[in-house]
Structure formats: structure tokens, C-alpha cells
Design a protein around this ligand. Structure first.
Ligand SMILES: [Ca+2]
Length: 523
């Protein structure tokens, strides 16, 4: 008898702002994601945990990041919440769905292990955490034309040659996983995790994609932020009562910006990186359509954190490899230098704070912080056979652990109590399938901690702090863009939410940042 459980395609991308996609009000051409949005559901209040590693650990396990052992990045800081590796008391979506009979595959970026060397421990590599097939990088960011730590299953791969562009390779491997699965085992459902590095820095894109955006950002970040916000209101993503946050006070008005042609070029390359990803997503969807599988596939798309304000300095190479070369032997030049044209493999730059401010329109702050600009992510879900609603918006707050729970509910898979004889922590997420079918959602609150930046969102309130500053309080129903701090008039609400955040932190292995971070602890 044919198995009628859905395939699940989980697509994550990297460091993209809340409103870059066309279907979230942005300038980037994303017809494939826009079609998924038209035929499915967009969430307007979905939350990540502000950075690559913790977000991925939470997404993959249905737990909060510190519970999975990846409360910060991939270094072992000597405490349970900060091991830099998925621990033995969590299970990945691939492990749970694999045990339920799914075929499992992943293409792209892993970034939840501290062990990346071929002769070291592999316990938390994709192939040891439930994926039957995997291809991609074990690490975080890197050169799109020659990424480091490329791995297929248990095997580390050689440096790629001419014609390699990482985004295309991630798409092509995902397509191949769909096609080969359908050839060999068509009746078995497939779980495919596709994790793009786009549009994380460096600004590396293909000339034909960059050309498509020539001049598109010439009006500058101030005008473009206003235009985005207007489109978001017209689309129903934003409430008319909310105010566009002020331009980042550290950045100049566009009319005062130096090096405008270079500034435009940075954003053109960034847009091209997202555009190329969308083209690849189109090819994966085509493979599912051509094999007759798309109608019964649950596709989920999201970003791992908000737009990124990090600056690449001239000395950046010292932190990684001072001898990084292009494939034809030239030195890669690091640094956001206006005399260098970004896009090709000879440069290594980022798009900078002002453009990240546009990416996160209408919100404040960026990747790393728990304000909306750091943690609000687009989230699209599409499943023609399972979800009747088309083009709807869901405004309820959801967060990363809910993705695993939703996958388990769609697959009818049960969450285990143990893994290899060790007790597994209870699932933290809640399935949002009912929410997409017009039902309600039973959640106490959304909780976040990253580098001492903390947030709790419950009902109309969000309590948030920027380490080491004090708490701020916002009414997210009346002021989602966090422009009016209500701490002074609401001491009871502040105390109650701060207590709830503290209870959550203690339950989930979160340490005070001064205590977690070895540099602060020992300094
Ligand atoms: Ca990221």
C-alpha cells in the first residue's frame, strides 16, 4: 500500500533580513518563494534565535539552543548549554523521521559541530545525526567559489574547481536527492533539509544576477525603507498603527553617504545572492513537481537570523587564513574598501549596517540582538494536499522549535523518550498545523537568549534587553517596531515577564552571559 505521508522540504537560508523577499515587501526578485506564499501561508511573527549555530541547533532538534548544547557557537565553553556540539540528549528531525520510515537527506550548511576535521570525532556530523545522505559544508560562512570543509557523508571533499558556485551546488544536490530518491524508493516519504549560505557575507554573486539589480537601489536606504514599509502595510504584513523605526543612528542619511556607486553595488550583490537562491529553489520545486510529489510535500522556508551588520575589516583574513587564494592563484582581498568592486571571488566584503537596516525594515537592530531586527524571520509554509488555505497570513508568534514539532505532526511521527539508551529532553515546540487551519495555538511565550541579549514575548508584551543594558518593554500589538519603551509605567509587567524569562533560562541551561563567556569570566 502506498505511503500517503507527505515529503517534507525544509529550506533555511542565512542572514537574510525580514523584508528582503518579494512576498515580504522587498526589492529582490523571488518568484518561486512568492508562489509558495501565494499557494500557502506566510507567518508575520516567526522568531529565530539571532545567529547561525544556535538557530540551527534549535531548528534541527525542536529544543531551545542551549538545551541542545549549542547556546553560542561551535566552541566548548565547559558548560552543558555551551558545548558547541549537538549533545546526546537531543534528537534531530532526521533521526525522528528516519525512525518513522522516512528517507533523509541534507544539502548545504551544517554548523552545529565543533569537530570538522576528517580524522576527528564525527558524532555530530549530519550522517551521524540521522541523515542517510548529506552534501555540504560543516562550517559557517565562507567563499562561495571555494567553500571550506566540504563534506559528503563521512568523507571530506577536495577544494572545488572552476565553475563552482556554492548556491547552485546546494540546489543541484537537493535536486539530485529528490530525483534519485524517486527513482529508487518512490513510495517512501522523503525529508530533505536544504540549508543555503546565501546571502551571508562575503558578497559573492554571479555577474548575470548582479546585472539584474543595476540601479535598483539608487534611491538609497532612506527612500527604500519607506517604500518597503508601505508595501508591507498594503500586503497586510504590517499594521497601519505601527511606525517605521528611525534609520540606524550610526548611519548617515543616504544623501550624505559617501561612495554611493560602491554602496549601491554592495546591495546589488546581496540581492543577487538571494535571487540565485530563489532560482535554485525553483529547480528543487520543479523536481518535486515532475516526479508528482509536490502536491503532497510540506515545504517550509525561513531564515536563521535577521540581516547582519557585521563589518569585514582589512585584517579579517588574520582571523581565518591570511593566504586565501582565488582559484587562479590571486590573493583574496579582505575588507569593505570602496575602491574594490564586490561580487567576484577576488574580494571579501559585507553589505554593511545601513543596508542591513533596509533588510530588516521596519525593525530595529540586526543579527545577534533579540530586538525584532535580529530575530524576526520570514516563514513560508506550503502543502497543497494538507492545507486548504491559500495566500493567508498568520500573525501568531511562532519560534524555531515549532518547526520540528510541525514536521512530526505532518508525518505522524512520534517523538522518542530516548536515543541510544540516553533519555531525550521533551520537545519544546508546538505544531503550527492547526494554526494554519484556523485553529488556536497553545504557547506560554517566545523566549530568546543570545550573548546576553534576551527577549520574552507573551500576549501583547515583549520584554527585551541588549546586554549589558536594562530591560525594555514594548506593546507588540500596538508597536511591533519597538519604538516606545513602556518600562516606566509598567513595573508589574516588567517584573512578571523578567521572572518568566529567568525561569525559562534556568530550565533550559542558559547561563548569565558574564558567566557563560570564558573571556568575560576570566577577564
Ligand atoms: Ca546566520
Amino acid at each position: 500500500m502506498a505511503d500517503d505521508r507527505p515529503d517534507i522540504l525544509l529550506i533555511l537560508n542565512d542572514d537574510m533580513g525580514y523584508s528582503d523577499l518579494g512576498c515580504y515587501g522587498g526589492e529582490v526578485r523571488t518568484p518561486n518563494l512568492d508562489r509558495l506564499a501565494e499557494g500557502g501561508t506566510r507567518f508575520t511573527a516567526a522568531y529565530s534565535t539571532a545567529r547561525c549555530c544556535p538557530s540551527r541547533a534549535s531548528l534541527l532538534t525542536g529544543l531551545h539552543p542551549h538545551q541542545a548544547g549549542v547556546g553560542h557557537m561551535i566552541a566548548d565553553w565547559g558548560a552543558d548549554g555551551y558545548r558547541g556540539d549537538l549533545n546526546d540528549r537531543c534528537v534531530t528531525i532526521a533521526e525522528v523521521l528516519g525512525a518513522a520510515g522516512y528517507a533523509t537527506a541534507m544539502s548545504g550548511k551544517w554548523h552545529v559541530t565543533r569537530n570538522m576535521e576528517a580524522d576527528g570525532p564525527m558524532e555530530s556530523w549530519p550522517c551521524r545525526r540521522g541523515f542517510e545522505r548529506s552534501w555540504g559544508t560543516l562550517t559557517g560562512a565562507g567563499n562561495y567559489f571555494a567553500p571550506q570543509y566540504l563534506t559528503e557523508g563521512d568523507v571530506r571533499l577536495d577544494e572545488p574547481g572552476e565553475g563552482f558556485y556554492f548556491t547552485d551546488e546546494i540546489s543541484d544536490h537537493a535536486v539530485e536527492f529528490v530525483r534519485s530518491h524517486h527513482r529508487t524508493d518512490p513510495d517512501r516519504p522523503l525529508f530533505l533539509y536544504t540549508a543555503y549560505t546565501a546571502p551571508h557575507w562575503p558578497l559573492h554573486a554571479l555577474p548575470e544576477d548582479i546585472a539584474r539589480y543595476e540601479g535598483r537601489f539608487a534611491d538609497g536606504w532612506d527612500t527604500l525603507r519607506e517604500e518597503r514599509f508601505d508595501r508591507m502595510i498594503a500586503m497586510g504584513l504590517m499594521d497601519r498603527r505601527w511606525r517605521l523605526s528611525e534609520r540606524d543612528p550610526e548611519e548617515p542619511a543616504w544623501i550624505d553617504a559617501h561612495h554611493q556607486p560602491w554602496e549601491q553595488r554592495r546591495m546589488e550583490v546581496y540581492a543577487a545572492q538571494i535571487d540565485r537562491m530563489d532560482q535554485g529553489i525553483g529547480r528543487i520545486l520543479d523536481a518535486l513537481r515532475q516526479t508528482g510529489r509536490l502536491d503532497n510535500t510540506l515545504v517550509i522556508f525561513l531564515s536563521d537570523n535577521g540581516g547582519c551588520a557585521e563589518v569585514i575589516g582589512d585584517d579579517y583574513s588574520n582571523r581565518r587564513s591570511s593566504t586565501e587564494l582565488t582559484r587562479d592563484g590571486r590573493h583574496v582581498v579582505f575588507g569593505n574598501r570602496p575602491e574594490l568592486v564586490p561580487g567576484g571571488e577576488g574580494t571579501f566584503q559585507s553589505y554593511g549596517r545601513a543596508w542591513a537596516n533596509l533588510s530588516n525594515t521596519p525593525f530595529r537592530l540586526y543579527k545577534r540582538w533579540a530586538h525584532e531586527g535580529g530575530i524576526a524571520t520570514p516563514l513560508i509554509a506550503h502543502w497543497p494536499r494538507g492545507l486548504a488555505e491559500r495566500g493567508q497570513l498568520v500573525h501568531d508568534a511562532v519560534q524555531l522549535p515549532d518547526i520540528a514539532a510541525t514536521c512530526y505532526a505532518a508525518a505522524g511521527a512520534s517523538y522518542p523518550t530516548e536515543r541510544a539508551g540516553v533519555g531525550v529532553q521533551p520537545l519544546e515546540g508546538h505544531s503550527f498545523l492547526d494554526l494554519m487551519r484556523g485553529g488556536s495555538f497553545d504557547r506560554e511565550a517566545v523566549f530568546v537568549e543570545h550573548e546576553g541579549n534576551c527577549a520574552v514575548r507573551r500576549g501583547q508584551w515583549k520584554l527585551v534587553r541588549r546586554w549589558p543594558e536594562p530591560w525594555e518593554l514594548y506593546d507588540v500589538e500596538g508597536d511591533r517596531t519597538e519604538t516606545d519603551d513602556l518600562v516606566p509605567g509598567n513595573p508589574g509587567t516588567v517584573a512578571e515577564l523578567a521572572d518568566r524569562w529567568q525561569d525559562w533560562a534556568e530550565r533550559c541551561n542558559v547561563l548569565p552571559w558574564e558567566q557563560a563567556n570564558p573571556r568575560l569570566r576570566e577577564g
